[in-house]
Write a protein that binds this ligand. Structure first.
Ligand SMILES: Cc1cc2nc3c(=O)[nH]c(=O)nc-3n(C[C@H](O)[C@H](O)[C@H](O)COP(=O)(O)OP(=O)(O)OC[C@H]3O[C@@H](n4cnc5c(N)ncnc54)[C@H](O)[C@@H]3O)c2cc1C
Length: 473
């Protein structure tokens, strides 16, 4: 076991190597007002707007419902089917917005939190839209005094766009099944992603039947207008932020790989050079989706955090070989063009609530911590805790040590197996006695991050001053 404190660098700092991101001065992200209060405020505003939209949608679905329509044969089922259909479609729209990569929402709430909300909401549209199909069929069948299968046949063949909507529902169910934890863990990420893309097709296919057949819309121009506006705006937001902005940033910054450098066992840094990087609004701790434009890789984008603040014209990410994509990163030839999407992520120097900070990192989780350290204003009192099973896994120690020393902070390095070094609340309290007065940033394997977060809570750190972003969606 090795425990070092305020350890000095052993290797030549990367800043002095030619062609490295250290060639010029590091940019720091423009100082933003602390999003601490703004985060809660934004979450509340977002929830309020979503709830208002839900209320209007519910109101729309109830407009055709009268006492006599409910009393008629199949009236109750038809009314329930209308409500289920419109509210299910509305929730689908909210799910789209949550993953539309709206920059202000992403930077305040964080992509992992938005994805978590998206996932939690996921089953509801499918349940509601499935109920819609069953209830409308049963309700209409009772009205027409025919059997439900016969009515289903009539709906498919005689009602405008119902066949398309049925195909759309099948696609939604497929995406939903693929998202179950059990199914997803057996599936390659890329397969899951392609299945998920069909959701967009499903939404497009289902839209026209809502306007053509929905009793809330037929002959109600204001209701139609509301529905068209909310769907068209969502489609616009998705197109602008998921397609337009990434394309623009890729063309504008024109990144190319200039060096691939080994940092440790199975870990390489990819250094890219590009134009106008001073205009890329990235903060330490944020990540981008990287697409390396070579024949076997161009079709996959993977998230990697910047491992140093940009030093125009250079930008660096550091990648651990885990699967097929990350393994092939080590073989990317110099000159390869790079497409980027982002930056994303809310765990940055700006999310802190005070001027005392603890950064805890294990394994490749050190990459965002390294960039946050560089991005923190000079007056911030910093303690850094690095954890690795073996000496050779301790990447960026030679960069972090001088950065910590330069600002008069404290660095603790813990090397050894989990049995040798148990980084629990006792050791944390010993190394960082004032932990409860600090913002705690954590990044590492999921189990490690969860343990540190729980230990920090036990030691009295305020939950809104604990910042961690998962490396897995
Ligand atoms: C916000 C964020 C920041 C990250 N930053 C870094 C970093 O700085 N350095 C680093 O080494 N790793 C980072 N990762 C992890 C990295 O993205 C994955 O290790 C990588 O995508 C694995 O891909 P693969 O094909 O090599 O492995 P696979 O074996 O295909 O996947 C391994 C696991 O990675 C996840 N994964 C795979 N592809 C993607 C994808 N396109 N998007 C999201 N998750 C995916 C899946 O959950 C999968 O179970 C980050 C992940 C996230 C979510």
């Amino acid at each position: 076991m090795l425990v070092m404190s305020n350890s000095s660098p052993e290797r030549v700092p990367v800043a002095s190597r030619p062609g490295s991101p250290g060639a010029g001065p590091a940019l720091t992200a423009p100082r933003m007002s602390s999003p601490h209060g703004r985060r809660g405020w934004t979450a509340n505003l977002f929830t309020a707007v979503v709830a208002l939209g839900f209320g209007v949608t519910l109101g729309l679905s109830l407009t055709p419902v009268t006492r006599s329509s409910l009393a008629a044969p199949g009236g109750l089922e038809t009314a329930a089917g209308q409500i289920a259909g419109l509210t299910g479609s509305y929730l689908l729209l909210v799910m789209l917005l949550l993953i539309a990569r709206l920059p202000w929402l992403e930077s305040l709430l964080g992509q992992d939190r938005l994805v978590r909300w998206h996932r939690r909401l996921g089953p509801w549209p499918i349940i509601l839209l499935g109920s819609h199909a069953v209830l409308i069929t049963v309700g209409y069948a009772a009205q027409a005094s025919v059997g439900p299968w016969h009515e289903f046949d009539i709906l498919l063949t005689s009602y405008p766009d119902v066949l398309m909507a049925t195909v759309a529902f099948g696609l939604l169910v497929m995406a939903g099944v693929a998202s179950f934890r059990a199914a997803r863990s057996r599936m390659r990420y890329e397969t899951w992603w392609v299945v998920h893309l069909y959701t967009y097709l499903a939404i497009a296919l289902a839209f026209s039947h809502q306007l053509a057949d929905g009793v809330s819309f037929v002959g109600h121009p204001l209701a139609r207008l509301f529905w068209v506006v909310i769907w068209a705006s969502t489609a616009g937001v998705v197109l602008v932020y998921r397609v337009g902005l990434p394309l623009w940033r890729t063309v504008y910054h024109r990144l190319r790989v200039v060096e691939v450098r080994e940092e440790g066992p199975g870990i390489v840094s990819v250094i890219c050079a590009g134009r106008h990087l001073e205009r890329l609004p990235v903060a330490g701790g944020q990540f981008l989706q990287w697409r390396f434009l070579r024949s076997e890789m161009w079709w996959q984008a993977h998230p990697y955090s910047i491992s140093a603040m940009p030093r125009p014209p250079f930008l660096r990410v550091t990648v651990k070989a885990l699967g097929d994509f990350s393994e092939s990163v080590a073989t990317i030839p110099v000159g390869t063009r790079v497409a980027i999407e982002g930056p994303y992520g809310a765990v940055t120097a700006h999310s802190r609530g005070g001027d005392k900070v603890l950064l805890v990192a294990a394994g490749v989780g050190v990459t965002p911590m390294r960039a946050i350290l560089e991005d923190l204003p000079a007056e911030v009192d910093v303690v850094v805790l690095l954890r690795a099973p073996r000496r050779e896994n301790l990447i960026f120690h030679h960069e972090i040590a001088p950065l910590v020393q330069g600002r008069g902070g404290r660095l603790h390095v813990l090397v050894g197996s989990r049995h040798q070094v148990r980084l629990d609340s006792r050791l944390l309290a010993k190394l960082v006695p004032d932990l409860n007065k600090r913002d705690v940033y954590v990044c590492g394997p999921e189990g490690f991050t969860n343990r540190i977060v729980s230990a920090a809570r036990r030691l009295g750190a305020s939950p809104d001053r604990i910042h961690s972003e998962s490396f897995a969606f």
